[in-house]
Design a protein around this ligand. Structure first.
Ligand code: TXA
Ligand code: MG
Length: 339
């Protein structure tokens, strides 16, 4: 795996200039690449939505280099947020908090809350510190598509939309940040990520669960998200070879994302063994799906991943990317559908 941790001074200066000019800059974080704009320039933020083809009422995360200017964006920092920041910032955690009055509606989608993240990637830190302000950034992909985990994915997805693309190599985590919100002293997990529910509970105790009546808009509100263009089916773990054979009958090309090697040779099947470790499976997930999406196949079959919190973020993304979930022979689905 390639990790490029520093940008040159010239690269940072041109990125900062682009942000000041109201242009877009793509930059690496440890989760996925972001498509950034000056968060205090609403016209620049609108360009993000245009570039992504994203509906205008979806709020975006504001990235900061540290919590020191949090009060410029957040009206009131919940006590639990202070503790979570101490434990997980800089890092792959985003917190949805009450917005400050000066925050523009285009950032928050008109809601009374704002999502803030302090990323750890050294190049993101370099950029944020040099810029000296907040950078609004969603993942640097077209709306509903796979998030980019390498600079070349950003070029593929968004071509000319970003004036500068900072290349930080492969993202170490590869899945979007964990998102939490706060309700009457409690903490709710809105999007699972590499900061697990167990890690959150260690800091703040039990999490709030169940449907949220106030429902802030979070990813996956749309029926498919993080999705390849090839139809994708999740298949019970023990049936992946049989299903690959069935799906490739009649010389149809089939792609497989599995956690082991095939048990036998399959004709017409492109197979990726992504392994059994959630860290490396997650890091490579979007790059693997991109590879399979380009393999000229009629369907992608994904071997269902194990239960358990360490796989929760991966299960969540797979379920959102899938067009269908195959049932096992006994009629049960091996995947619990997350709330
Ligand atoms: O890892 C990540 O979080 C990456 C990197 C670039 O930081 N960003 C990212 O942004 O995944 P995006 O926009 O693709 O996903 C963030 C989600 C959005 O779908 C949005 O709905 C939700 O966070 N969000 C943003 N602001 C919110 C708010 N005020 N309330 C509830 N949800 C919010
Ligand atoms: Mg996204």
């Amino acid at each position: 795996m390639v990790r490029v941790v520093r940008a040159t001074q010239v690269e940072i200066e041109s990125a900062v200039q682009a942000l000041r000019d109201g242009e877009l800059v793509a930059f690496p974080t440890e989760t996925v690449y972001g498509l950034g704009a000056n968060a205090q320039n609403p016209a620049a933020v609108v360009r993000i939505f245009e570039a992504k083809g994203r509906p205008p009422n979806h709020p975006v995360i504001v990235h900061l280099d540290s919590p020191r200017y949090l009060h410029r964006w957040v009206r009131e920092v919940p006590e639990a947020a202070t503790r979570l920041a101490e434990s997980f910032w800089p890092g792959p955690l985003t917190m949805v908090m009450p917005r400050a009055a000066s925050v523009h509606d285009v950032i928050t989608g008109g809601q009374d809350t704002i999502a803030i993240r302090v990323p750890a990637h050294p190049m993101a830190q370099q950029l944020l510190t040099a810029f000296g302000g907040g950078i609004a950034a969603p993942s640097a992909n077209r709306y509903g598509r796979l998030s980019p985990t390498r600079a070349e994915h950003v070029r593929e997805e968004l071509g000319e939309a970003a004036r500068v693309i900072l290349d930080g190599g492969e993202c170490q985590i590869g899945l979007e940040s964990t998102i939490v919100s706060f309700e009457g002293g409690g903490v709710r997990l809105l999007r699972p990520g590499s900061v697990t529910a167990a890690q959150l509970r260690e800091v703040v105790g039990e999490l709030v669960s169940g449907a949220d009546s106030r429902s802030p808009r979070v990813p996956g509100g749309a029926p498919t998200h993080y999705a390849p263009t090839t139809p994708m089916t999740i298949v019970p773990a023990g049936e992946i070879d049989a299903q690959a054979d069935a799906a490739s009958a009649g010389a149809r090309r089939v792609a497989v994302l599995a956690q082991r090697l095939p048990l036998r040779a399959h004709k017409y099947v492109t197979w990726i063994n992504a392994g059994r470790r959630p860290e490396s499976y997650g890091r490579d997930l979007y790059a693997n799906l991109r590879t399979l999406d380009k393999a000229g196949c009629q369907r992608i079959l994904v071997q269902a991943v194990p239960d358990g919190e360490r796989w929760e973020a991966i299960r969540d993304r797979l379920l959102r990317a899938a067009t269908s979930v195959a049932e096992s022979d006994d009629g049960t689905s091996t995947l619990a559908v997350l709330p």
